[in-house]
Design a protein around this ligand. Structure first.
Ligand code: NAP
Length: 313
């Protein structure tokens, strides 16, 4: 029996049955991206497929932006169940799908595609994955929380903000280095904060501020959950995401970064007596929810967690 290649290509897709001949299971699930070799999704999904007794193999496929549309058509023709989508295609694929879930439409990006007959259905499990991660890590629902998202100008920050707003969180503070991007996002979410049963108007509950110490200080007293959705903290020499003196014991701190597992923000939060968690749980739950979107059945979460942990060493 042949082993799957680490990474397949557009030209492999052109004759998929020959390219994947000899595999134990038909390669009908994938992650597409450029680059894609870093993706840990196969290590999370293949044990899940095996454990659930599903006759399918999950592989990585390298597609450039120029190859995306034709690549998707080949994926559909090859009888795939679906695919995950990673950088740089999460936005580009938006126009290539036939239908899109409400959360995907609001986020404006797709990370999961299900193939339903002739139709490509786009979804985004990053926001819903964050929601499940917060529940697992802190035993809290987004609905009950006053939330600050730092990095509200990027894709992950937007996914988080849309999910918090769709769940009607108590308050949402959007923080970004380029404040204009946070303000644009704020205007996109305003309709979700209109609530005739509440005394406070949208202006009190939805705020956009620059990533500056004074502005953070003004808001952090009225925040329960702080989410880092920037890449600041991946390097040891990176700046502080939040000055340590502003972190209080009542704060919950979620850093979307999972490698390294302990960032400066997590260390600072724990030193301040706050609860903190890294982004591994979000990575896990976005995968779990993709599995459930494809197969309409419960995913073997613990099998997926083990696969993911092993892939991270
Ligand atoms: P992105 O699109 O590049 O977004 C970057 C965001 O971070 C922007 O808001 C940007 O601000 C801000 N930023 C970047 N460098 C900064 C700096 N030096 N100082 C201040 N702000 C800075 O990236 P992304 O895809 O959203 O990902 C963001 C982070 O989330 C990454 O660390 C990624 O690994 C992580 N992530 C984790 C998961 C998970 O499952 N755990 C999922 C997705 C992403 P400007 O707008 O001002 O440029």
């Amino acid at each position: 029996m042949a082993e799957a290649k680490d990474v397949y290509t557009f030209s492999d897709l052109k004759d998929w049955s020959a390219s994947t001949k000899g595999l134990d299971h038909p390669a009908t699930l994938s992650v597409i991206g450029d680059p894609v070799e870093h993706s840990r999704s196969p290590q999370m999904h293949n044990p899940a497929l095996q454990s659930a007794g599903i006759d399918a193999e999950y592989v990585r496929i390298h597609l450039t932006p120029e190859e995306l549309t034709e690549g998707l058509a080949l994926i559909k023709a090859a009888g795939f169940t679906g695919t995950n989508v990673t950088i740089p295609h999460k936005g580009g694929i938006f126009d290539a799908v036939d239908d899109i879930t409400e959360v995907g439409r609001r986020i404006g990006a797709v990370n999961t595609v299900a193939i339903d007959g002739d139709k490509l259905i786009g979804h985004n499990t990053d926001g819903p994955g964050l929601k499940r991660a917060i529940r697992e890590e802190f035993s809290m629902d987004l609905t009950d929380l006053r939330i600050m998202i730092i990095g509200a100008g990027g894709g992950a920050g937007k996914a988080a903000a849309v999910q918090c707003a769709m769940d009607h969180c108590d308050r949402l503070v959007l923080v970004n280095r380029t404040v204009a991007k946070a303000e644009t996002l704020k205007s996109e979410l305003e309709d979700l904060f209109v609530d005739p049963d509440r005394l406070e108007g949208p202006a009190d509950r939805l705020v956009a501020i620059p990533w500056e110490e004074k502005a953070l200080e003004r808001e952090l007293g009225q925040v329960d959950l702080i989410i880092n959705a920037t890449s600041v903290g991946m390097k040891r020499t990176d700046a502080e995401v939040v000055p340590q003196r502003l972190i209080e014991p009542h704060h919950l701190v979620y850093d979307m970064i999972y490698a390294p597992p302990r960032t400066r923000l997590i260390n600072d939060a724990e030193s301040a007596g706050a609860k903190a968690a890294n982004g591994l749980s979000m990575l896990l739950w976005q995968g779990v929810l993709a599995f459930e979107f494809w197969f309409n059945r419960e995913a073997p979460v613990e099998v997926m967690r083990k696969g993911l942990m092993e892939s991270l060493g």
